[in-house]
Design a protein around this ligand. Structure first.
Ligand SMILES: *Cc1c(COP(=O)(O)O)cnc(C)c1O
Length: 366
């Protein structure tokens, strides 16, 4: 069976280095907000080019904390609207609604599955305070137009960078394109921890300080609480692992690009709609390789019978979830079509050439 994602293989490929850092952390006797977190934060900031990086407990918290900080700073008020792509993973939307803000869904482009930038402005109202862009499936979404809209209308540009660490737009890394960015290091992400972990990057010093304080019980000085904060800290152990793996992220992403290119060049089945690679390959880090097929269930069954595990990202869009009944009446046809047809093929830095060939054959024999 070709696994969709072989996490054991991915982590074992760095076993010696990871074990050494884990042992060092274990023996240090210091398990939260210490040297490992500081080192990783510094290296993540350097990697993305952003001035500040703050480690937190997970990717959802990273996004929640950014918006919470904007509320505490008076830049946003409860009831304000945040624009978000309708086909994103639920976490982007949860971060908005959890803060008493209102998600306003914008349809994606079928060309690249990212938010259709040309449809943003028509959704702006007097309550709009931000745009959350999501670099979905690992593909960076940005444009001069988008930056101009945000500047003109005074909107904060928040990146959900859970899926696209290492991607670039015009030589600028995701995580350094907007006003603030949330990262997830969930084990299955391109940079994955051995458990939950996340981070925020920003160039805004006041925002960085507020987020750091909020994530630590709203406290800068022990037992003195400025805000009704939360406990969302990155563990030393996770930071140690992430700091090792960060060194390999570009190599890992490059291997994903090679696999994606082979899929695009060699899958030749008229029933399968392949993703379009960007002209500039650095824009995509291929967190997921997502194809579309009208007969998705049959294709998935065919691949399973051929020993290939696939997944659906995602089967139900946020506006159709039971959790968001207030949005169930919305009609978002492009988003709904995507959710009916998408299927993700295996892609990872440890997928071998012969496995890649089997996936290609599996698709071509459907
Ligand atoms: C994974 C993911 C998140 C949430 O990250 P967690 O670490 O699982 O909380 C947010 N947004 C997107 C697009 C994701 O893929």
């Amino acid at each position: 069976m070709i696994k969709f994602l072989d996490l054991q293989e991915i982590n074992i490929s760095h076993q010696a280095e990871i074990e050494e850092r884990l042992l060092r952390t274990f023996r240090s006797g210091w398990y939260l907000l210490g040297n490992e977190v500081r080192t990783f934060e510094k290296n993540l900031a350097t990697y993305t080019g952003a001035k500040y990086a703050i480690g937190v407990a997970n990717g959802l918290d990273a996004l929640r904390l950014i918006l919470r900080a904007y509320l505490e700073l008076g830049i946003m008020q409860k009831g304000d609207e945040i624009i978000v792509p309708a086909n994103t993973y639920i976490a982007s939307v949860l971060a908005i609604s959890d803060n008493g803000l209102v998600p306003v869904f914008v349809e994606p482009s079928l060309e690249n599955y990212n938010i259709d930038i040309s449809k943003i402005e028509e959704k702006v109202t007097s309550r709009t305070r931000g745009i959350m862009i999501v670099h979905l499936y690992g593909r960076a979404v940005f444009s001069e137009d988008l930056a101009a809209i945000a500047t003109k209308l005074g909107l904060k540009l928040i990146e959900d960078n859970a899926q696209a660490i290492g991607a670039e737009w015009n030589g600028i890394k995701t995580g350094n394109l907007g006003d603030a960015s949330g990262f997830s290091f969930y084990p299955g992400k391109n940079l994955g921890a051995l458990g939950d972990a996340g981070a925020i990057t920003t160039n805004d010093e006041e925002l960085a300080t507020t987020i750091r304080t909020l994530a630590n019980y709203g406290s800068k000085e022990k037992y003195v609480n400025m805000y009704q904060g939360l406990n969302s800290r990155l563990d030393e152990i996770q930071a140690a692992v992430l700091d090792v793996k960060l060194q390999y992220i570009d190599t890992d992403n490059q291997r994903r690009r090679v696999i994606a290119k082979r899929y695009i060049d060699e899958i030749k089945n008229p029933d399968i709609i392949l993703p379009h690679g960007p002209d500039d390959e650095t824009e995509h880090v291929w967190h997921l390789f997502v194809i579309r097929c009208e007969r998705r269930t049959l294709l998935q069954n065919h691949l399973t019978e051929n020993g290939i595990q696939t997944l659906i990202h995602y089967p139900i869009p946020p506006h159709q979830q039971q959790a968001y009944q207030q949005f169930n009446h919305l009609s978002l046809p492009i988003t709904e079509l995507i959710h009916d047809q998408v299927l993700s093929l295996p892609i990872s830095p440890v997928l071998t050439d012969s496995e890649v060939e089997l996936v290609i054959d599996g698709c071509n024999t459907f």
